[in-house]
Design a protein around this ligand. Structure first.
Ligand code: SAM
Length: 150
């Protein structure tokens, strides 16, 4: 399988979407309490966050690579290709089967060849979709088949 062509760190860009402005405002602040970072190893925290008494503040050099957009996923998804899409704990948990199937196709369309789709650990795909190859035992990581791969 051909690995996805990840851009180098200098051109990394991340887009977060939600339908609620207040949550996007909070995301913009990029301030987290310790419990939110519980899965981030300590050796990765230091380079990425400045620590205050109560909060971890994401360092500017990481913040400047992140954008946010107000979007209702039922109506609109970002109009560009992604190497990695996190779609956790929304579409495959709360939406109806038909919407899930429709949005799965849309998300796969937005993935580059060899790119990854990550869903929630407790979620399942509505049904197997051909270009996606399961890549984890937990069933939440999928890779879009590259044209030249098995
Ligand atoms: C359970 S949270 C999951 C958040 C995150 N993906 C995670 O796994 O931690 C669901 C999020 O989806 C947002 N949401 C709900 N319906 C939405 C929609 N139709 N379009 C976009 N975002 C939506 C909610 O505002 C909330 O922030």
């Amino acid at each position: 399988m051909t690995p996805p062509q990840f851009t180098n760190g200098n051109s990394l860009s991340i887009l977060g979407t939600d339908r609620r402005n207040d949550l996007l405002d909070r995301a913009w602040l990029a301030q987290y309490n310790e419990s939110v970072l519980r899965d981030i190893p300590h050796e990765l925290r230091k380079p990425a966050f400045t620590e205050t008494k109560t909060l971890f503040l994401l360092r500017p050099r990481f913040r400047e690579r992140v954008d946010y957009a107000l979007m209702d996923i039922k109506v609109q998804v970002p109009d560009r290709q992604f190497q990695l899409i996190f779609c956790r704990n929304l579409v495959f948990t709360y939406l109806e089967q038909q919407q899930q199937e429709r949005l799965l196709k849309v998300l796969v369309n937005r993935l580059c060849m060899g790119g990854f789709l990550i869903i929630g650990e407790n979620e399942t795909m509505p049904r197997y979709i051909e270009p996606l190859i399961p890549r984890s035992k937990t069933g939440c990581i999928f890779q879009k088949r590259a044209l030249d791969s098995q």
